[in-house]
Each structure stands twice: as structure tokens, then as C-alpha cells.
Design a protein around this ligand. Structure first.
Ligand code: SF4
Length: 489
């Protein structure tokens, strides 16, 4: 086993005013170079986690591991690293730490030796009863090597009384609560599983291979497939467990009686990459439709529609088309600033926003501007952006948000501040508008968001998606939180 001693990336000072996806996962079953393919997939999923990355492969005799802190391009920069990961089957993981601090011991995939052989596990999501399970596992003598809740899977598999890998794996996932898209690698199979409500995404793809028709990919998002030269096969269903081995792909659903799915609606709003397709819906087109709904619901006369880049762009295109107000790139984002750490004093925060975003005065000066952003977390960034647009000569600044007000924290794998730190939790829209300094502020409604997803409206009896950060309607028990076993941020 090899590990990289890369130092941790310092966080961007504005990172506390944005949501962060927790992780991205990839699994490969082929006869080719699994490490190179997995690295390409992890590159495409970099937006899902930038703090650490890791790959485990199996070459028919041994497992090989490389994990490091940093971006995929840094952790796997040295060609000797890929060369040290031989084998045609492997799994990989990008991490954004929400549970467990960013230390090498927390970087996934996690690997352990069992009586049946080695097993590597990588997980996207968040378990809501991890601490409770951990307490009972520690009482039974389990020694935890990391502080990530993903290690709970390893110990549950270890103590299971079932004999084969699949039965032990299913025994483990039946004891956890929460959101998980999971990949696991044993010496003779690749396993992929989604939680019973399918909160986080996971897809199956196929690698074209003239020598071997049994080459498969699993990944958090379909955008990873084109990087790996793979074709989309299908979304892995909520509650489904996929097993890939030398016989091909088989599927089982150990949660046959589970409730209907509650996929994370925020993946469509912000987290997923725009070129990803989830459940036959293009994320990019959905964001345009959200923008169109926003234009219908929160119309205001203005001269230009300006996105807050990059995530506000598709919704702004949709807003501009629906309102027939010209779209302009009035804010330019520097892609080369990196994640610079600056002490987060108020003065430096002001400077920081200007480092990352600059205004394009040519299309703003003397104009009534509609600014489109995907969400408001604490509001500090929105305030600075509005100030910048005014300073560039805008006569009016109207802020429109392509999601409903975020009033509640996420416990299912998205890093959000504690409720009391969310601006929409403590302020009404009028108060938020005043604090941000906009001339007006509007959010798309819950029903508008559902319409953009081709639903007539939110079904309040049986909601089609998880939208708990907007509604407070949590579809999975918050066991650790309710038992005060986890601390608020
Ligand atoms: S609470 Fe919000 S961010 Fe979290 S899974 Fe549900 S919709 Fe997604």
C-alpha cells in the first residue's frame, strides 16, 4: 500500500458561503488499465470533492492502493503512481470532508482484510445513524482507524455472521440509515449500491472493448462516462445492489418493500455537472427550465440578465429566454485563482470576492440588472456581488435565485452550515433583500422547481424528491442528530 504525503488544500475563504457536495465514486470492471480509467472518471467528478482522492485496484493476486490529499491531478500527477496500481478492476473516490477531518487516514477508498480476502469500500453520502452504530461497534471491540462514518460499513461487514461477501454486504447496508451511493471491490467482484430512497446518484455504464464484452463502469454521474470512453447504460435504482463479476452484471434489491424514491433535488439545482443526465433529465436543460419558471414567478422589468458564474449560467439563459431580456456575461469569474486561503476577516472577505469575480462594466453600466444565482447560504457572497454590480454602474440590481429559500441543513451528504447560520432560516425575504442590498429579491417556488422537473407540482402527501433543505421534510430519520450524537457546525 502506498500513500501520498500531499499537504491539504487550504479552503477558499468563501467556502463557508456555499454548499459542498461530499464525494464522487467510480468503479471499473475490465481487463484494461483500471487505474488510468478510474483517474479519468475521478477528474470528471472533481466538482463532487476536491480535498482528497484515492484508488484501489486488484491485479488478480494483490490489491494496490494510492490515496492522497489534494485534487485528482495532483494525487495522480506522477505516472509512476498509476504504474503502481496494476489490474483491470478498481474503485476510486473524490472526497469533500463533511464527517471526519481531512486527514490521510480518512481518505477513501477504505481497505480492510477479511477472512474472505480484501475488500475496499468508497462511499458518497452521509449516514444518519453512523455515530449510534459506531458506539455499539466500539463496545463490541471494533477498532476504528478513521473518523469517517464510511468505516462503519467495514466493521458491519467484518462482524456479520453471514459467510459470503454479498450477504455480509447486504447485512451491513440493512443496518445503516442515511444516504449512500457505495462501491466496493473484492478480489472477484465489484459491488455498487444505492440507498433505498436513492438520495445520491449512481449510474451504470459500459466500456466498449473488442477483447472482452464484460467491461463495466459505475460512477456517481454520467458526465464521468465520456471521459472514460464509456456508454451510459442506466441509472442504478434506489435500493438496488449491482454485482459485477466474471459472469457479467446481476442486480438484486434487498429493500423490495421500500418507500418510493426521494432523489436529492439540489443535485439538479447545483451539485451535479451540467452535462450530467439523471433519471433521463439533462441537468443543464433542467436548470434552464428552473430559470424560465423563475422568470414567470418573479418578473421584473430590466435591461439585462446576468448570471453569477458558473452555476447561475444555465438558469440565467432560461430566465433571459422566457423574459425576452438580453443575457449578458456581466460578471467574469477567474478560473485561475485557485482555492487561495486568506484569513477571513471582513476586510479580506471583500477583497476575496473581487479576486474570484470581476464585473464587466461594458454590459452593466447604466443598466437595470437581473442577477441570477443558484442559492443563498449565508448571504455574504450575494451581498458582495450586488455591491460589485452597483459599483460597475448598474442603476438597479434585482437578485433572482433558482431554488427556494434554503432554510434547513442537509444531513444526507451535502455540507451545509447549521440552520441558524442559514440566512433564510433567520430572515424573511424582505429582510434578506435589505441585508443583501438588492432592489428586489425573488426565489423560485417549490412548485416551480418541481414543474422544471416535469412534475405538475410537489406532491405534499408523497413528495417526489428530497427537498428537506427547503421544506424541512426529512425523508430519512436523523437518528444521530436527534440523539445529540453529532454537533452542529
Ligand atoms: S436536504 Fe437538500 S441537499 Fe440534502 S439531500 Fe435533501 S434536497 Fe439534497
Amino acid at each position: 500500500m502506498t500513500v501520498s504525503p500531499f499537504s491539504s488544500h487550504d479552503l477558499d475563504f468563501t467556502d463557508d458561503d456555499a454548499f459542498h457536495e461530499e464525494c464522487g465514486v467510480v468503479g471499473i470492471w475490465t481487463t484494461q488499465d483500471a487505474a488510468s480509467l478510474t483517474t479519468l472518471g475521478l477528474h470528471a467528478l472533481q466538482h463532487r470533492g476536491q480535498e482528497a482522492s484515492g484508488i484501489v485496484t486488484y491485479d488478480g493476486n494483490h490489491f494496490h492502493t494510492h490515496r492522497g490529499l489534494g485534487l485528482v491531478g495532483e494525487v495522480f500527477a506522477d505516472p509512476r503512481v498509476i504504474a503502481s496500481l496494476p489490474g483491470g478492476i478498481g474503485i476510486g473516490h473524490n472526497r469533500y470532508a463533511t464527517t471526519g477531518e481531512t486527514q490521510l487516514r480518512n481518505v477513501q477508498p477504505l481497505y480492510a482484510d477479511f477472512e474472505f480476502g480484501g475488500l475496499a469500500v468508497a462511499h458518497n453520502g452521509n449516514l444518519t445513524n453512523a455515530q449510534l452504530l459506531k458506539q455499539s461497534l466500539v463496545r463490541r471491540g471494533c477498532l476504528f482507524q478513521s473518523s469517517t462514518d464510511s468505516e462503519v460499513f467495514i466493521h458491519l461487514i467484518a462482524i456479520s455472521l453471514y459467510t459470503n461477501v454479498i450477504d455480509r454486504f447486504i447485512d451491513a447496508i440493512k443496518q445503516v440509515q442515511g444516504a449512500y451511493s457505495l462501491v466496493a471491490l473484492s478480489k472477484d467482484m465489484l459491488i455498487a449500491a444505492r440507498d433505498p430512497l436513492g438520495v445520491r446518484p449512481l449510474i451504470l455504464g459500459k466500456l466498449p472493448n473488442s477483447q472482452d464484452d464484460n467491461s463495466w463502469v459505475v460512477a456517481s454521474e454520467s458526465c464521468a462516462l465520456s471521459s472514460m470512453g464509456a456508454d451510459f447504460v442506466r441509472d442504478i435504482e434506489p435500493g438496488e445492489v449491482i454485482i459485477i463479476d466474471n459472469q457479467g452484471v446481476r442486480s438484486i434489491n434487498p429493500f423490495a418493500d421500500h418507500a418510493s424514491s426521494r432523489f436529492c433535488i439540489f443535485e439538479y439545482v447545483y451539485f451535479a455537472r451540467p452535462d450530467t443526465v439523471i433519471d433521463n433529465k439533462s441537468v443543464y436543460i433542467t436548470r434552464q427550465k428552473i430559470g424560465a419558471e423563475l422568470a414567470k414567478e418573479c418578473h421584473v422589468d430590466a435591461d439585462v440578465v446576468v448570471p453569477v458564474p458558473d452555476s447561475g449560467v444555465p438558469a440565467a439563459i432560461g430566465y433571459a429566454a422566457a423574459s425576452k431580456i438580453p443575457f449578458e456575461l456581466g460578471i467574469i469569474r477567474s478560473h485561475y485563482i485557485g482555492r487561495t486561503f486568506i484569513e477571513p476577516t471582513d476586510q479580506i472577505r471583500n477583497l476575496g470576492v473581487k479576486l474570484k469575480h470581476s464585473t464587466n462594466r461594458a454590459v452593466i453600466e447604466g443598466k437595470r440588472v437581473i442577477l441570477i444565482d443558484d442559492s443563498i447560504v449565508r448571504g455574504t457572497t450575494s451581498k458582495k456581488i450586488v455591491e460589485m454590480v452597483r459599483a460597475a454602474g448598474a442603476t438597479e440590481v434585482h437578485l433572482r435565485i433558482a431554488s427556494p429559500p434554503t432554510r434547513h441543513s442537509c444531513f444526507y451528504g451535502i455540507d451545509t452550515p447549521a440552520e441558524e447560520k442559514l440566512l433564510a432560516h433567520t430572515h424573511n425575504i424582505e429582510q434578506m433583500c435589505k441585508l443583501i442590498g438588492a432592489d428586489s429579491l425573488g426565489f423560485v417556488s417549490n412548485d416551480g422547481l418541481y414543474r422544471a422537473l416535469e412534475e405538475e407540482k410537489r406532491n405534499n402527501e408523497k413528495p417526489q424528491y428530497c427537498d428537506a433543505c427547503f421544506t424541512g421534510d426529512y425523508p430519512i430519520s436523523l437518528t444521530d442528530h436527534d440523539m445529540h450524537l453529532v454537533k452542529s457546525k
